[in-house]
Design a protein around this ligand. Structure first.
Ligand code: 5GP
Length: 190
């Protein structure tokens, strides 16, 4: 099978990485397809199975870990498992496309270590922690408790930024979108 490239976007949640990834997916000339992760977390509001995630029960998820079906997986929050199925990458490469990931920092770095030459790993940095909290609250999809859980992880996640190939600061969204586009375009065409 012909292998394509892997574009990883990682960041603390609320940094705006999902917005950036969605924007890039709309740029047809980049020839990207989203890697749909599997997760054991509950489905939120408008999310769709097989589009945003493959939603699995905790038991199903653990079975797939045991059967070595994951390229990488992580217990991002307690009992909330997330992972990339090997079949997902194969599915996208078989279509002749490059894979774009929206995953947590450890998962992102693991993919970079597995495929060092083929991967461009980009860290999306929020302007500061207060802004991160504000964005998570504005999103209005989760309880205070869940938001606190996400914010608590942010400092450790921010500390991993230097391990990525590139950092995009999301202060002005417009500038962040342009910077991300230029990096990805240079990599897939290079
Ligand atoms: P959310 O619950 O907001 O959709 O995602 C929570 C965190 O899990 C985010 O940082 C997201 O990037 C990460 N995540 C999503 N999919 C994967 C995956 O396949 N592997 C890993 N390691 N993390 C993921």
């Amino acid at each position: 099978m012909k292998q394509g490239k892997l574009i990883v976007f990682s960041a603390p949640s609320g940094s705006g990485k999902t917005t950036i990834v969605r924007h890039l997916l709309r740029q047809e000339e980049l020839n990207l397809e989203f890697s749909i992760s599997a997760t054991s977390r509950e489905k939120r509001g408008n999310e769709v199975h097989g589009k945003d995630y493959y939603y699995l029960s905790l038991k199903e998820f653990k079975n797939k870990i045991k059967n070595e079906e994951f390229l990488e997986w992580e217990e991002v929050y307690r009992d909330n498992f997330y992972g990339t199925l090997k079949t997902e990458i194969e599915r996208i490469w078989a279509k002749g496309k490059h894979v774009i990931f929206d995953i947590d920092v450890s998962g992102g770095l693991r993919i970079k270590r597995k495929f060092p030459e083929q991967t461009l790993a980009i860290f999306v940095k929020p302007p500061d922690l207060n802004e991160l909290v504000r964005r998570l609250k504005d999103r209005g999809e989760e309880s205070e408790e869940k938001i606190s859980m996400r914010v608590a992880k942010a400092p450790a996640e921010l500390a991993t930024a230097p391990l990525f190939d590139e950092i995009v600061v999301n202060e002005s969204l417009e500038t962040a979108l342009k910077n991300a586009y230029d990096l990805v375009s240079g990599f897939v065409n290079g």
